[in-house]
Design a binder for this molecule. Structure first.
Ligand code: NOJ
Length: 553
């Protein structure tokens, strides 16, 4: 594939790194991370190989939902720095070739936002219709509220003005009425503002909730997304919308804009993620294989975003109760590890018992599943969680830079992990010096992922591995092929794969020094260690493997 093309459509094989400025690096030693601290770590991020940073909300906030409750969309939380610091950060990131996207949280505002204060001041307020009000809300289903520990309804009565307002999330987060043309214009203005300061796009928070307030009798809710995307593309044709769209596959294509692909550029694969965890719990590749087979193909230039963990709970909401319980038993049996009755508030390495082989296999899977990988800060060094922190904050703890923490000279904003995941056991400085570390593994996986555009761009086929624990797939593009195999169980296995069209080809292992040969009957025996993984590039006997790569023209 031509690099001139893959770099235009850069998001299709990007490596996205999500971080919270507040917990990444403190530059002024007040215990809170900030833009100055983050800027000083840009070389670390560039050296890791990631290509795009996703910043969690960094706007002024009363901080009752860790910044997802915004009081001003056009400035910076003063604890994190100033607009000047932001611009300096952006310039430095761009200098090192990193793109930056940020959370776009416009399903709701904080109830402290001046817009809501104005809206609630009277029924006649010019901003009244910026939010969603009702005298007699439809009775709602408490089992559907996203945060059942704190809420049991989507409606809250506003004493002052005598009506109920809608809040899809916490009651202090009133929903914006995005069906109102002024609100729609304002949202475009927010996008335009941050793009002017250099952002390459947005991670759009809670997309299905965002458009559900638009009355379908008045307008097609999906037109809102198409208009937003069109606005963004007019301003910058290379900008993206990365959508939090946790809906079943059959409903998902609509969010990409069906065949047109003119709405959300990339959607997180929540279904594949949950099935991957089920496969890991069962040591059985079947659930993930079925998801990959069933997953619809995104429209041209759209893409799946692949993740195993993020900043929220590990949601298992699309599994059956029985499947969820299986995962709870395997990876989070204690009640304090579970949350909202549907998820786990743990990071991946603790769930996998700190077993480096399993952890490395899980990330190899992440980087080789068809799509664009998204990682959460600290995953690259195998950070754990701190369950003493409230709710989802357990996984949003300060980055562990060195033995003594290295995040701040002051008492950090949140507690770090303890025990065998404490900074003296898990930190960046040590892992940089250790060639077997998880950090080095990430660097290798990222390098190989970038060298194998087949993985993101190719047509993939899930192969029949003949072994319950082994997921094997191949990705083909422009006559180049990579074959991938993962062993979900803890004993060594040999599988025989049939690779049509690759008769007598060599398969060069891209992770270790080994070459396999495909027989004239198109079969190959692939040995896999316990929790082993193989990334194999196919090349005909007369071609060195580099020349068989999809990187060649
Ligand atoms: C989704 C975000 O990922 C989550 O962290 C937040 O609490 C809700 N949206 C509400 O904004």
């Amino acid at each position: 594939m031509r690099l001139t093309y893959t770099s235009d459509v850069w998001w299709k094989n990007a490596v996205i790194y999500c971080l919270d400025v507040e917990t990444f690096k403190d530059g002024n030693d007040d215990g809170v991370g900030d833009f100055r601290g983050l800027t000083q770590q840009i070389d670390y991020l560039a050296g890791l190989g990631v290509t795009c940073l996703w910043l969690m909300p960094f706007f002024p906030t009363p901080n009752r939902d860790d910044g997802y409750d915004i009081t001003d969309f056009y400035s910076i939380d003063p604890r994190l720095g100033t607009l000047g610091d932001f611009v300096e950060f952006m310039r430095t990131a761009h200098d090192r070739g990193l793109r930056v996207i940020a959370d776009l949280v416009v399903n709701h505002t904080s109830d402290q936002h001046p817009w809501f204060q104005e809206a609630r001041s009277s029924k006649d307020s010019p901003r009244r219709d910026w939010y969603v009000w009702s005298d007699t809300p439809e009775p709602d289903d408490p089992s559907k509220v996203p945060f059942p520990d704190k809420e049991n309804s989507f409606w809250e009565y506003d004493e002052g003005s005598g009506q109920y307002y809608l809040h899809s999330f916490y009651r202090h987060q009133p929903d914006l009425n995005v069906g109102n043309p002024e609100v729609k214009d304002e949202i475009a203005r927010i996008l335009g503002f941050w793009m002017e300061l250099g952002l390459s796009g947005f991670r759009v928070d809670a997309v299905p909730f965002l458009i559900e307030n638009i009355d379908p009798k008045l307008a097609n809710p999906h037109e809102f997304l198409a208009d937003l995307r069109a606005f963004m593309m007019r301003r910058n044709g290379g900008a993206i919308l990365l959508g939090e769209v946790n809906v079943p596959y059959k409903e998902l294509l609509r969010y990409f804009g069906d065949g047109l692909g003119d709405q959300i550029t990339m959607c997180f694969d929540f279904i594949g993620m949950q099935q991957a965890w089920l496969s890991m719990a069962r040591e059985d590749a079947a659930p993930l294989a079925a998801a990959l087979r069933e997953r619809p193909k995104p429209p041209k230039d759209c893409q799946w975003a692949i993740f195993l963990r993020n900043h929220d709970e590990l949601t298992l909401d699309k599994l059956t109760e029985e499947e969820r319980q299986e995962i709870f038993r395997a990876f989070g049996p204690r009640e304090d590890m579970q949350i909202f009755g549907r998820g786990l508030r743990r990071r991946l390495p603790t769930m996998l018992g700190g077993d480096l082989r399993r952890i490395k296999m899980a990330y190899s899977l992440l980087f080789s599943m068809p799509g664009t990988p998204v990682i959460f800060y600290g995953e690259e060094i195998g950070m754990g969680e701190n369950l003493d922190e409230e709710g989802r904050m357990a996984v949003r703890i300060p980055m562990q830079w060195s033995e003594d923490g290295g995040f701040s000279q002051a008492e950090p904003v949140r507690e770090m992990a303890a025990g065998s995941f404490a900074p003296d056991r898990v930190n960046v400085a040590d892992q940089k010096r250790d060639t077997n570390s998880l950090l080095r593994w990430f660097q290798l996986l990222i390098e190989r992922y970038r060298e194998c555009p087949e993985l993101a761009w190719g047509e993939y086929t899930v192969l029949d591995s003949g072994h319950k624990a082994v997921l094997a797939h191949r990705s083909d593009v422009d006559g180049a092929t990579v074959v991938i195999a993962h062993n979900f169980c803890d004993t060594a296995v040999d599988v025989q794969l049939t690779l049509h069209g690759l008769e007598r080809c060599y398969l060069t292992d891209l992770l270790v020094d080994e070459t396999l040969e495909v027989s004239a009957e198109s079969t190959v025996r692939v040995p896999l260690g316990p929790h082993g993984c193989r990334w194999l590039r196919a090349s005909p006997p007369e071609l060195p493997p580099e020349d068989a790569s999809a990187k060649a023209m």
